[in-house]
Design a binder for this molecule. Structure first.
Ligand code: SF4
Length: 257
């Protein structure tokens, strides 16, 4: 079966701190976070053409010596049944791989780590680990033990990892952010990412004022103090967080083909 790769960005400085990487986008997601910016990819993946893996591997070959690795994001990549196969193909070409996930399939994450198919995993933490807050931020009912299991898989997995949280004033209070930080004590930090009000999935979030850089920085300092470690220093929201215009990526790829 063809692997449904719906977006390909050849270079990004935003998706793996300190590295220049290519980014692959896989479709679909089991969450419906109201602040999601990749909602077209989540809800209407059929609107994007599928980019052949052979083409991507060929382009990656040409990027050898220029980029440091490949980020696989979405949507939720662990929903793609052929994800291990995809990662294997990329690994066979000698690339380091970072995977973005919402952490709802801990056993799949564990398997990828055990098979050495990922070098780094970035997991979203949507809210403190209580089902009401978490489900509100994820837009669907969330099984908290599953999220806890993914956190523990990463903590024990012997692979580089990071946690990040998108903070939306109407969905999370500052106190809830610190509560989540408290639940991650001993882990490798929690990076806060400000909410971008342009074109979120939930129309109710349009026009909501984000926390803003200064307040977010102050919150990050407190989170770092609570967790006991700094969150990875992404200077801006990741490509996934910004909602890169996939249509544009795909049409430019179409021209090169
Ligand atoms: S923000 Fe991430 S986890 Fe949430 S719906 Fe969008 S892709 Fe899924």
């Amino acid at each position: 079966m063809e692997i449904q790769i719906k977006g390909f960005l050849e270079t990004s400085l935003l998706d793996w701190p300190g590295k220049l990487t290519a980014v692959l986008f896989l479709p679909g997601c089991n969450f419906r976070c109201p602040y999601c910016h990749n909602h077209s990819l989540v809800i209407h993946p059929e609107r994007f053409e599928t980019i052949p893996l052979e083409y991507i591997l060929m382009r990656l070959k040409g990027l050898k010596g220029w980029i440091d690795g490949v980020c696989v994001t979405g949507g939720e990549p662990t929903l793609t049944p052929q994800l291990p196969l995809l990662l294997e193909e990329i690994k066979n070409e000698g690339w380091a791989i970072k995977l973005d996930t919402n952490g709802t399939f801990p056993d799949r994450i564990k398997e990828l780590i055990e098979r050495n198919l990922v070098d780094c995993v970035a997991m979203d933490i949507k809210a403190p680990l209580d089902s009401i807050a978490y489900s509100r931020c994820a837009g669907v009912s969330v099984d908290i033990p599953v999220i806890r299991k993914s956190i523990s898989v990463l903590g024990n997995g012997g692979v580089d990892y990071s946690f990040r949280m998108t903070v939306v004033p109407s969905l999370l209070t500052e106190e809830q952010v610190y509560e989540a930080a408290l639940q991650l004590v001993g882990m490798r930090g929690l990076l806060l990412q400000d909410f971008n009000p342009s074109d979120p999935l939930g129309p109710g979030l349009r026009g909501i004022e984000p926390f803003g850089e200064m307040r977010l920085q102050r919150m990050q300092e407190r989170v770092d103090a609570i967790v006991g470690q700094r969150g990875d220093s992404y200077s801006q929201p990741t490509t996934r967080g910004r909602g890169y215009p996939l249509q544009r990526m795909n049409s430019s790829i179409g021209r090169r083909l």
